[in-house]
Design a protein around this ligand. Structure first.
Ligand SMILES: C[S@@+](CC[C@H](N)C(=O)[O-])C[C@H]1O[C@@H](n2cnc3c(N)ncnc32)[C@H](O)[C@@H]1O
Length: 224
């Protein structure tokens, strides 16, 4: 780790994240299902302790939703986080969560992530060390949005991107990363237990196989 500050244990982080309020009326079109406290804690602890990409880092959280990843990243020592979401209701919930957690180093931006990949539209290019995201999977009505989130994450970050994707799209994602000239690696395979929050999920719980993927820019001069 870059500094010797003691990092909170994963279980402890997970326990704190249980208190993050989730989407009140989740919107199907925006794929509003929250990352569970368990998965969020596993992801963030790995980003922090295996790769040293959180402590003292500036972070962008694309599709911030109710803020579980931003809050967890802050608890593990991120210096600053910008959370971006298209949905004002989600941002309101996120804002309440940040107040409840007494976090003052996260800013929220209402924006369509798809507009952030173009440097001409956006002054935020390369302003963040690390991007974290649980993007819409983009396999239903909004095909391709997962790739647009990744493009924006790469455009805004200087060092690396951590993202969740359906395992069924793995080859496609890795091929895209290779086309973009970034290194990509599946660092964990997860089962995403989608609770019955979205109308198209008929069962009470639906297990989806998900890859936790790390993408790294090749030219930032840091060694990993
Ligand atoms: C799967 S949820 C993840 C929420 C949160 N990051 C978490 O981990 O719990 C995807 C989020 O992306 C947001 N979203 C969907 N399309 C978007 C877009 N075009 N631009 C910005 N945010 C979008 C949704 O509103 C939702 O909050």
């Amino acid at each position: 780790m870059a500094n010797s500050v003691k990092v909170m244990k994963r279980k402890e982080l997970e326990a704190y994240l249980q208190d993050v309020e989730v989407f009140e009326n989740p919107k199907v079109k925006l794929e509003q299902y929250p990352t569970t406290p368990h998965i969020a804690a596993c992801m963030l602890h790995t980003i922090c302790c295996t790769y040293d990409d959180l402590t003292d880092k500036s972070v962008v959280d694309l599709g911030v939703g109710c803020g579980v990843l931003s809050i967890g990243a802050t608890m593990l020592g991120a210096r600053y986080v910008l959370g971006v979401d298209i949905d004002e209701d989600a941002l309101d919930t996120c804002s309440r969560n940040l107040q409840d957690f007494e976090i003052h180093t996260v800013d929220l931006l209402a924006a369509d992530v798809r507009h952030l990949a173009n440097p001409l539209n956006c002054h935020l290019h390369k302003r963040f060390d690390t991007a974290v995201l649980n993007p819409p999977f983009g396999t239903k009505h909004n095909q391709g949005i997962d790739i647009e989130f990744l493009k924006a994450a790469l455009a805004l970050s200087r060092h690396c991107v951590y993202s969740l994707h359906k395992t069924s799209t793995r080859e496609h994602i890795l091929k895209k990363a290779s086309d973009w000239g970034v290194e990509a690696k599946v660092i964990a395979e997860l089962r995403f237990d989608l609770a019955n929050t979205l109308k198209f999920h008929k069962k009470t719980a639906v297990d989806i196989e998900v890859d936790f993927i790390r993408l790294q820019h090749k030219t930032d001069g840091r060694t990993v």
